[in-house]
Write a protein that binds this ligand. Structure first.
Ligand SMILES: [Ca+2]
Length: 414
């Protein structure tokens, strides 16, 4: 029997769809822009949410270029009021890989600024001097809400994790008693991860009180290096995050990285950080590569959308030309990865309306050896054979008309 139980996703989607205590939702976007990151930023900025900062990470291109690309996108959206923070320049252990074959050498299709519809570069907002990880910690603390809504307090989260930990510890004790050493080592690692999640919440309760709760949501669109370093510097950080939505990973071990058949690019680019992230945060939401592939769009349809006579539509056409050519040469449809994750983040109830479309499972990332063809695979425990705690929401399907509506909205000039 699948471990994702009925009814739970609708509760998650309902809290994700609104801020705490009727406030607008506060988002940080962590990205490696990238043409599809640019589109995702435009989705977020055309939605009824507050984007309070953008943190950058090396991925599609190196971090300094990501910062430049975010500056350009924000200027094109007339949102240079949003602070930009430079983050990790390289993965934790892996060798840095980029995706310029698809995004162009500069990450935005190698097209010059077109003065007929793009703002002058002199108007770009300078990046902040504070680092991405420091900004994540500071902003998460600044956005704690007190008192939190019922079911969303630190106290509520601590209770949920405690209930998960007790049977897990019993399973570990049984494995030790039965002399099942491999299983015991595996379960010991899981006890460590769940205990760390509990410790983070308990320490946050000492700092802010059990009735307070997290007020910050994060949309992660690149390798997860910043999100792995944050809890390593400040172990309470994951407890201060309300929802973490990630574009990345695979649900059926079907990848998109040449040479690595079951690896998706964002997790492949820094699998160790991905593993830390899936272990550290409370129920992250994964919009997987297969979900994006299963809901791709034919290019003629996309080009119909882009015919709009707005500056934003012109900007997307401009930066997407290179990626579209690469796609057509390879017979690929338009696979909207980052914008699809953004659509899930902003309108979860419309985009993922049914419980069967999202399920909670234990997921981990294969990091053992780059010589292993399964390197960077997302290992999904669909039937809870591991005895571990299901902690990752996999989005399996989306409601396409709701997605199209959001995609069209992003091209309207404000
Ligand atoms: Ca990205």
């Amino acid at each position: 029997m699948a471990s994702g139980s009925k009814g739970e996703w609708s509760a998650v989607a309902a809290t994700l769809a609104r801020g705490q205590n009727g406030q607008k939702r506060k988002f940080i976007i962590d990205c490696d822009a990238g043409v599809d990151d640019a589109e995702a930023l435009m989705v977020m900025l055309s939605s009824s949410i507050d984007v309070i900062g953008i943190t950058c990470v090396s991925g599609n291109v190196a971090c300094p270029q990501v910062v430049k690309n975010v500056q350009r996108v924000l200027a094109n959206c007339k949102r240079s009021d949003i602070p930009i923070f430079a983050g990790a320049e390289a993965p934790l252990l892996a060798t840095r890989k980029d995706a310029t074959y698809f995004h162009g050498k500069d990450g935005l299709g190698d097209v010059p600024v077109d003065p007929s519809f793009e703002p002058d570069q002199a108007s770009y907002r300078a990046p902040e001097t504070e680092s991405a990880v420091s900004a994540l910690l500071r902003l998460a603390k600044e956005h704690v809400v007190s008192p939190a809504e019922p079911g969303q307090s630190f106290g509520d989260r601590a209770k949920t994790i405690k209930l998960q930990l007790e049977p897990l510890e019993a399973r570990l004790a049984e494995a030790v008693k039965a002399g099942e050493l491999a299983r015991a080592l595996f379960l010991e690692r899981e006890v460590y991860a769940v205990s760390a999640r509990l410790q983070a919440v308990e320490d946050v309760i000492v700092e802010f009180g059990a009735e307070a709760g997290p007020g910050l949501d994060i949309l992660a669109l690149g390798p997860l290096t910043n999100l792995a370093v944050a809890p390593r510097l400040y172990h309470r950080f994951p407890a201060l995050v309300r929802h973490l939505i990630i574009m990345g990973g695979t649900s059926r071990a079907r990848g998109n990285v040449p040479g690595f058949p079951s690896a998706e690019f964002n997790l492949f680019a820094d699998p160790h950080s991905a593993q830390i992230t899936l272990h550290s945060y409370f129920q992250p939401i994964l919009v997987t590569w297969e979900c994006c592939m299963d809901h791709s769009f034919e290019w003629h349809r996309v080009n119909e959308w882009l015919r709009k006579d707005t500056a934003k539509a012109k900007f997307i056409r401009h930066i997407f030309h290179f990626a579209q050519q690469v796609s057509l040469e390879n017979n690929w449809d338009y696979i909207a990865c980052d914008p699809l994750a953004a659509a899930v983040a902003v309108e979860p109830r419309e985009v993922v309306p049914e419980d069967k479309m999202a399920q909670l499972h234990h997921c981990q990332v294969q990091t053992a050896s780059i010589a292993d063809p399964a390197y960077a695979q997302t290992v999904v425990d669909y039937d809870n054979l591991s005895g571990c705690v299901p902690n990752t929401w996999l989005i399996h399907a989306v409601h396409v008309p709701a997605v199209e509506k959001i995609f069209l909205r992003k091209m309207e000039d404000a």
